[in-house]
Design a protein around this ligand. Sequence first.
Ligand code: NAD
Length: 365
Amino acid sequence: MLTEVMTPNELKKIDPVFGQMSFDDHEQIVFCNDKDTGLKAIIGIHNTVLGPALGGTRMWKYNSEWDALNDVLRLSRGMTFKSAVTGLNLGGGKAVIIGEAKTQKTPELMLRFGEFVHSLGGRYITAEDVGMVTSDMDLVRTVTPFVTGISEENGGAGNPSPITAYGVFMGMKAAAKFAYGSEVLEDKVVYVQGIGNVGEALVENLSNEGAKVYIDDINLERLEEIRDKYSVSIYTGDNLYGEEMDIYAPCALGATVNDTTINQLKAKVIAGAANNQLADENKHGMILREKGIVYAPDFLINAGGIINVYAELENYGRQEIIRKTENLYNTTLEILNNAEISGITTHQAALDVARARIATRKKEK
Ligand code: NAD
């Protein structure tokens, strides 16, 4: 068959794994299947130069196996750079389980998945992601030590979301310092989009500092609950992007900075928890730069969660978790300055730091 006349789906199947668009020299990709429990999972190990590949397990009802593979390739690569830029001795990995968590996640399936993780001998260490809760990790812990994000009762570091939010708060302060000359967020108008686990804790930090916080979510009950708890305002309009604001904090979904929204944005700073905020890293990163909007790279400022689970491997306590998370302020500021000096996007500047760290370690090996 001629490649010019093939559909994108047919093209994908020419080189089903190494030819995938998201394939980026991943070290190992493991397909896990268990007939008895219905488990179908893929573990992606992107890079282990800095240490074992750590990253959460996502359970999702993917439209196709191609989508699942693409997701695990993309997410595991992201973990490599997140840990590298944060200064952790961890590689990048991720796992996806194909299926709907609400109806198909059984204890047997999770245990079988844990056994597959165990079979990799520690090259991959799992944690929770979408579709997983702390008790799932506790269960996996019964069959393998290569799991983090377990409950405090079982000796783990517990829920990472408040730490993730604190890191985002630090990154936001660094971006404010860069954009406004001061890290103080008092009286700054901040829109928090998505007030789930991370969004709520971010709202708490912001309102304690005296920022003027507007909250947005698709869950109306949640909006009212958070408004009453922290005395913040609910955004009632229908196009948040065009609103006058100082800081936009995406804490729900990815790709909200895209072709449609980017020219409406009036914020001077973008700093939030959501992964993959830029629909197109290069194109939208460059447009933000040209518009003078300071973008704090998502994979850097949302690293609090991985700092929290890393504590379980390195046996450090709360104080060190907080110290490392607060250091995201310095790293973010340094990266924003580097980007300015080199005339590149902030996303690229963060990637460059991560890649340089990996390259140096590789030479030392
Ligand atoms: P969550 O599921 O608890 O909260 C997400 C919130 O966004 C929910 O309240 C949901 O109703 C809301 N939402 C969904 N679609 C929306 C829309 N279109 N507009 C407005 N609100 C919408 O998730 P979380 O744990 O708070 O994580 C938030 C984001 O941060 C995710 O993108 C996640 O991948 C990322 N992240 C989380 C962590 C962590 O430690 N939890 C770490 C790193 C990155």
